[in-house]
Structures are given as structure tokens and as C-alpha cells.
Design a protein around this ligand. Structure first.
Ligand code: SF4
Length: 316
């Protein structure tokens, strides 16, 4: 199926997914990939489907959604492989424009060193780049790239794209996504380097995720909450908007009035400092027992970073 959804997405609202690549054709074979090991690894861009066929399928889905009054905020290229391998990506975005819906692309950025790939991505309204690693050995271990790919060219390509993307007349919104895997890319020194690199990209939002679905390799584990919190703090020092993307439908800004649910929703998106929790409790005219209960139930964890206490959602 080329078009699926619309499905709710925290980053994109209601998103209609576009699968412009056949299953598991990718430039990477990430150890955490929820689709399993890559079946067909390639780096050559080529045509997979006719752009008109994609337009037809997406157009029909949009029409059906409109008939039943379902809104769509984004048309999102999020295939079971790497979307920029599709040589027609730019043309497809152009063909979809008349539908009048914003267009997003979620890419692993492995081909962004190429000018034609950057040109395709420039046409989208929202682009998410994968930045799991900025050190060669870590990158090879986590993303297991095609043997011809070069990390330096990818990082340079991202910087070049980020500079041009924010500066074009109709500004695009840049996001990044970093998957954390225990013992692979979660050392302090590596996370500091990732944070420094992300700061240079100046994304509108930087997202941290952890493997929440069965990974390609059984040994893959998310880091502890303490480490995830440290990663968050490293990024938060350098980037305006940092959030977790961990599979919970957390929304830090929608309060239900149910204190427990609201605390879990907020901490699903970012850690809370002790002072922020105190303020939250006082605004809700309640006290610490509710927090202690969530800790006793194992839903919330108290963890320390640089002498300060943070409350984080249990993620593992
Ligand atoms: S880039 Fe995405 S699709 Fe490709 S192997 Fe990694 S997680 Fe899977």
C-alpha cells in the first residue's frame, strides 16, 4: 500500500503516510530497526513507483478522508526503507502540492551529501534527519551503513542542507531524531558531540527516541532513564526545543485535570526538574504523595543530574 492513515503523530498532528519505497530497501541496516535486517541495501537512487501512481493513491486517500470529515495536517514520506532512494521524490512532492496539504519527509539523511537529494528535500515543508552518531565507529555499529557511505560527507551534507533550508523564501521546518541504544551511542562524550553537532543544525525540534518495538538485533536495549535524562540535558543546553519520542502519546501541553495522568504525559515528553514538579503540584492544589505513589508503582523515576533532581517517566 502506497498511502496509509491518516494516523495521529505527535510531531505532525494527523499525518497521511506515503510509502514510496518497497519494504526494507535502505542504505542502512540499523541494529534497532523495527522492520528487521535490511533485505536490499543500496545507495543508488532509482525509480520505484510511477510518481503519478503515488499521486493517485494519495489523492484518493485525501478525498476519502475529506468525505468523512477527517482532517490531515501532513502528507508524510515515511516508508519502510529510505525515502531519498526514490529518484522521483522531488517530483512527487511537486505533484502532491495542489492537494493543499503540507508535506513532510522522514529520512536517515545518509544520501544528503548529494546535491540532488538536498534539492528534493528542499521542496518539503518539514524534514526530519536521523543523527544517531557523529563518530565513525559508533555510526558503523549503530546504523551499519552501506560500505560506500562516508560519515563526513553525510554530516557536511546535513550542515549544508540546514543552512539553506531555513533560509529559503518559504522556510522549511527542520527536525532531528536520535535513537539511543545502550552501550552503543550513549556515552557522555559521544552524546556531547551529538549535541554540539545538532546545535550547529539549529533544528526547530530535536527528538530523542529509544527502541520501543522489537529491534533487528535481539541484544539492542534502551539506555537507563538516568542516561536518557543525561542525553536530554546535554541537548537541552544547546537547543531550544528538545523532546522525547518514546512511543507514549504524551502531550506536555494538554492538561486533563487528572494529576497522575498529566504528570505521566509531561514526563513522557521531557524530564521535569524537582522545582517544576513542586510548582505543578501547587497549581493543582495537591502535594507530593501523588508523586510518591507513581514512584512506588514504578511509573515514575527520580534521578540526579549535576546535583539536581529530575523526575522521568519509566521508559524500560
Ligand atoms: S534507516 Fe530506518 S528503515 Fe533503514 S535500517 Fe535504519 S531504521 Fe530501518
Amino acid at each position: 500500500m502506497i498511502a496509509f492513515g491518516p494516523v495521529p503523530s505527535r510531531r505532525l498532528g494527523r499525518s497521511l503516510g506515503i510509502n514510496n519505497i518497497p519494504p526494507k530497501v535502505c542504505t542502512y541496516s540499523c541494529v534497532y530497526c523495527q522492520l528487521g535486517r535490511t533485505i536490499k541495501m543500496q545507495v543508488e537512487r532509482r525509480a520505484f513507483y510511477q510518481p503519478e501512481e503515488i499521486l493517485k493513491e494519495v489523492g484518493e486517500k485525501v478525498e476519502r478522508a475529506r468525505e468523512v470529515g477527517e482532517s490531515i495536517d501532513y502528507l508524510t514520506f515515511v516508508p519502510d526503507g529510505e525515502p531519498t532512494l526514490d529518484i522521483n521524490l522531488g517530483r512527487e512532492i511537486e505533484l502532491l502540492r495542489p492537494l493543499g496539504i503540507k508535506i513532510a519527509v522522514i529520512t536517515n539523511a545518509s544520501l544528503i551529501g548529494r546535491e540532488d537529494v538536498r534539492e528534493s528535500l528542499m521542496k518539503a515543508d518539514w524534514v526530519s534527519l536521523k543523527v544517531d552518531a557523529v563518530q565513525e565507529d559508533v555510526w558503523r555499529r549503530i546504523n551499519r551503513p552501506h560500505r560506500t557511505l562516508q560519515l563526513a560527507s553525510i554530516l557536511d551534507g546535513m550542515l549544508e542542507f540546514a543552512k539553506a533550508y531555513g533560509g529559503k523564501p518559504r522556510c522549511g521546518e527542520l527536525a532531528t531524531e536520535t535513537m539511543l541504544v545502550e552501550g552503543v551511542n550513549d556515552s557522555d562524550s559521544h552524546l556531547e558531540e551529538v549535541a554540539d553537532f545538532l546545535a550547529q543544525l539549529r533544528p526547530a525540534g530535536a527528538y530523542l527516541s529509544i527502541p520501543t518495538r522489537p529491534p533487528a538485533e535481539k541484544w539492542v536495549q534502551p539506555p537507563s532513564e538516568k542516561v536518557i535524562n543525561r542525553a536530554y540535558q546535554f541537548l537541552d543546553k544547546r537547543i531550544d526545543q528538545v523532546e522525547y519520542l518514546i512511543g507514549y502519546e504524551g502531550n506536555a501541553f494538554a492538561f486533563t485535570g487528572n494529576i497522575e495522568e498529566d504528570l505521566l504525559s509531561i514526563t513522557a515528553v521531557h524530564p521535569m526538574r524537582e522545582g517544576a514538579v513542586r510548582k505543578f503540584l501547587s497549581q493543582a492544589e495537591t502535594d507530593w504523595p501523588v508523586v510518591h505513589k507513581l514512584i512506588a508503582q514504578g511509573q515514575l523515576i527520580k534521578t540526579e543530574y549535576e546535583g539536581k533532581w529530575f523526575y522521568v517517566r519509566r521508559l524500560r
